[in-house]
Design a protein around this ligand. Structure first.
Ligand code: C2O
Ligand code: CU
Length: 493
């Protein structure tokens, strides 16, 4: 146990603010990330096979236990989809109907949520769609949203952190005419590379360990992996590479960049930005994604790294990983690089229908996050917190009233950040989002529209994506209903 961790143990969230100055004097990090050799080729999650029958693209996923050697000579028990750790990448096209047959071969109940997907609440895979051991659940829906890097992961009530941490997660990529027309690197696993970043703690027996002794954010791991590979490198063969970054960690917030170059941010959670944005770093909280395009010269070797993230005025920031800096993935360019186009695109044929306009908002709601509660309440599976009328555009005013960070996620929709404390968001946060890092003591105004899929019994979720916080109750439920309808007495069928 490091000195920082010992000091932190026992601090409550309220105590953190008071203790901040004292803790700050320690310097250093509560959870230093270990330096590793970058000597293992990056594992690329396979593209999931599918069959198209009667116009429905059908995938199969099986959650099951396994083992994996993350550290040389150490066998670690894991969970994964169709393999020991993580899962295959699902991929579908806007306008397609998809189905996924999800089988649970674990010995406990899980669920699979399609994070970022616009779909009916009964297909959402949240806590109201449990899959018992041995059972198969088969949701089906139409892909009706712009191309994006989405992901899937379990969402069982009170156990999401553990299920994701053990290895259950994967990407779900959506394509459309705009993403195909954009001049973006697009050869999967070659110059269009998924990078799922997670941090872990291994106990003395090599088991994945969740540590809750530090209290606040959850477990900050001392070992960082990409796609389940510790110390990975990727061979670059083209002048530009698109990295699809997913923060698949349960607690840690990263600030991704390179020591020697900037990059173009081309997409956020819900899809392409209006235009690429040149950045030196991109901060990602748990659940957030970013697609970045990085340029290479022949023979370059560089590393994607995470520098000390600016957590935004967090008390005892060191205890949240605010002092941690480490390398994440090595990129090794060949001596001859195939040409790549520079990223550029115009508006998609769906631009009009996808656009959110603040002047259309007819309803506002406010949400205050503090002490594992939203608006003073912990999650209750049988309580509906908000009832939304279908077709409405709304502004959700979300305030982090806590001295610690949170990460706010809304199911069903992609939103736009209108303002942060009354000011326009920086360009990197101006695109479509479903999850947003909430700096302490700030207010975020989020614009969203609820287009269809009414149901008076089955809710969608909104919650903190720091998964310990979610499990401890920082979650609420909303219904989307027809005008005039109210919530049924039977929440969740
Ligand atoms: Cu990625 Cu409700 O979760
Ligand atoms: Cu939180």
């Amino acid at each position: 146990m490091t000195r920082g961790r010992a000091v932190l143990a026992g601090l409550t969230s309220l105590g953190l603010a008071l203790a901040a100055s004292g803790c700050g004097a320690l310097g250093g990090s509560a959870t230093p990330v270990r330096a590793v050799e970058f000597g293992t080729e990056l594992a690329i999650p396979p593209l999931a096979e599918s069959t198209v029958v009667g116009g429905v693209r059908t995938f199969e996923l099986t959650a099951r236990p396994g083992t994996r050697e993350f550290l040389p000579g150490v066998t670690t028990p894991t969970w994964g989809f169709d393999g020991p750790y993580l899962g295959p990448t699902l991929r579908a096209e806007r306008g397609e109907r998809v189905a996924v047959r999800v089988t649970n071969e674990l010995d406990e109940t899980t669920s699979v949520h399609w994070h970022g997907m616009h779909l009916p609440p009964a297909m959402d895979g949240g806590p109201h769609q449990p899959i018992a051991p041995g059972d198969t659940w088969e949701p089906t829906w139409e892909i009706d949203q712009p191309a994006a890097t989405l992901w899937y992961h379990p969402h069982p009530h009170g156990a999401t952190e553990e299920h994701v941490y053990r290895g259950l997660a994967g990407l779900f990529l959506l394509d459309d005419d705009a993403s195909r027309a954009a001049d973006l690197p697009s050869r999967y696993g070659v110059d269009d590379v998924p990078v799922v970043v997670q941090d872990k703690v291994f106990d003395d027996d090599g088991r994945l360990e969740l540590r809750h002794d530090g209290g606040e954010p959850g477990t900050l791991g001392d070992t960082v992996m990409t796609n389940g590979t510790v110390g990975a490198y990727h061979e670059v063969t083209t002048e530009r590479v698109r990295l699809r970054l997913l923060n698949g960690s349960t607690a840690r917030t990263y600030s991704f960049g390179f020591e020697d170059r900037s990059f173009d941010l081309v997409a956020t959670d819900g899809g392409l930005l209006d235009a690429p944005v040149r950045l030196d770093e991109v901060r990602l909280a748990p659940g957030e994604r970013a697609e970045i395009v990085v340029a290479f010269e022949p023979g370059d070797v560089t590393r994607l790294r995470s520098t000390e993230p600016d957590l935004g005025g967090v008390a005892a920031s060191f205890a949240m990983g605010g002092n941690d800096a480490f390398d994440v993935l090595e990129l090794r360019a060949a001596d001859d690089l195939a040409p790549s186009p520079a990223p550029a695109w115009g508006p998609s044929s769906h631009a009009g229908e996808d656009e959110l306009r603040a002047e259309d908002a007819t309803m506002g709601r406010s949400f205050e996050l503090a002490d594992r509660m939203i608006n003073g309440e912990r999650m209750d599976m049988s309580r509906i917190d908000e009832v939304v009328t279908v077709g409405d555009t709304e502004v959700w005013e979300v305030r982090n009233a806590h001295p610690v960070p949170h990460s706010f996620h809304v199911h069903d929709v992609q939103f736009r950040i209108l303002t942060i404390d009354g000011r326009e968001p920086p360009p990197g946060l101006a695109g479509p989002k479903d999850t947003v890092y909430l700096e302490p003591r700030r207010t975020y105004r989020l614009l969203m529209r609820f287009e269809d899929y009414t149901d008076t019994e089955m809710p969608y979720m909104y919650h903190c994506h720091m998964l310990l916080h979610e499990d401890e109750g920082m979650m609420g439920q909303f219904l989307v209903v027809e005008p005039g309808e109210t919530a049924s007495d039977h929440v969740g069928h």
